[in-house]
Design a protein around this ligand. Structure first.
Ligand code: F6R
Length: 363
């Protein structure tokens, strides 16, 4: 049931404020305490984290790496499961092995989990399907409460994964004394405001549809982001290629001049994901290098960012403001809607893109 939407993907994008609200209700008590299932995780016994996943879930892990390292001061390694499992990396003591999977059945992720059995201090998974293999074989399985995701391209599972991972980051920051109670309470209050802010972001639907109509005729699209917006640029590019079949690549903004800028000309749209955060000026200077080579920029930023850097851009999309830490969850909405409307404009099969399966149970 598409609940009045043209595609499951559109419905699932629109559901995000609600399902994230559900996840927050499960994991935060009325008093504002983080509430993990009984066993929980004692991060004071953990010195490092190794995160493993595939595809969109991998990009959720990459985002969480920035959070764990910057907010909780815990070192994190992130791997795609198909590489991790055959590289057979040494797992030091006091390692938390953390697996992220919507379906909980992804063959490579499951194999990576089995490799960590008996080696990692504890095996935790962040999953959408509680009765899945990955959930059953974990010491602790944390459901994301996204509800059934039908569209092959993952949307609401991604933002729910990020939400649950962010809560783990806060728990780790608390156990490690990296944040005091007031700072944690501040993050929790921003988290609780997230559903309302996501609803405001969804109001940019028409602006994103207009921008997407321009993207639909492109052969190649670049996505740029810095810091924790870099994994989101990767996710935006993956979404676009999956459902519109346009070739899309993402780069960390600072990498632009180390090669990819050679691709830029008047035929290459460049999507820049740049909230007005401490890295904004650096990203804007990369964006100006793109425009100097006639690249067509779609700038996604907030009111403050756009008022400083809107000049000469091809399209701009205004996001509401939120704490810096939560921008990856918020900016997932324009990344998803850009891909969605581009695919609709091209007439591709949005919910069942060619060659893709919802759950990859063979390697
Ligand atoms: C992208 C997408 C895939 C999955 C990947 C992992 O939109 O859906 O990249 O994220 O196949 O699947 P799960 O999360 O089920 O392990």
């Amino acid at each position: 049931d598409k609940a009045g939407h043209k595609h499951f993907m559109a419905k699932e994008i629109a559901e995000q404020p609600g399902v994230i609200g559900d996840a927050l209700q499960q994991y935060i008590t009325a008093e504002g305490e983080i509430n993990l299932p009984e066993k929980g995780i004692d991060f004071s016994k953990i010195d490092r984290i190794t995160m493993v996943a595939c595809g969109t879930a991998f990009y959720a892990c990459l985002t969480a790496k920035y959070w764990f390292e910057q907010i909780a001061r815990l070192p994190v390694e992130v791997d795609v499961a198909s590489e991790f499992r055959y590289r057979e990396p040494p797992i030091p003591e006091r390692t938390l092995a953390l697996f992220v999977s919507q379906s909980g059945e992804t063959a490579d992720t499951l194999a990576a989990l089995r490799y960590c059995e008996g080696k990692a201090q504890t095996i935790t998974s962040v999953i959408n399907v509680p009765e899945s293999s990955i959930a059953r074989e974990s010491d602790l399985a944390l459901p994301i409460f996204a509800g059934v995701e039908v569209g092959v391209a993952s949307t609401k599972a991604f933002t729910c994964q990020l939400t649950v991972l962010f809560l783990l980051v806060l728990k780790a920051a608390k156990d490690h004394g990296a944040l005091d109670d007031a700072a944690i309470a501040d993050h929790i209050s921003h988290l609780r405001g997230l559903p309302a802010v996501l609803n405001t972001a969804l109001e940019q639907n028409d602006a994103l549809r207009d921008a997407a109509r321009k993207l639909a005729s492109a052969r190649d699209v670049l996505f740029l982001g810095r810091g924790h917006m870099y994994p989101l640029a990767l996710e935006g590019a993956l979404k676009l290629k999956e459902i519109s079949y346009i070739h899309a690549e993402a780069y960390a903004s600072g990498e632009l001049k180390h090669g990819p800028i050679a691709l830029v000309d008047e035929n290459v749209p460049v999507v820049v994901l740049a909230p007005r955060d401490p890295l904004f000026d650096k990203t804007v200077s990369n964006m100006q290098e793109v425009m100097a080579r006639k690249g067509k920029v779609i700038l996604v930023s907030d009111n403050k960012g756009l008022s400083e850097a809107n000049e000469g851009v091809w399209s701009s999309i205004e996001m509401p403001s939120i704490s810096d830490a939560l921008t990856p969850i918020l900016y997932a909405i324009p990344a998803q809607l850009l891909a969605y409307h581009t695919a609709v404009a091209k007439g591709t099969d949005v919910d069942q893109p060619r060659n893709l399966a919802k759950s990859v149970t063979v390697e």
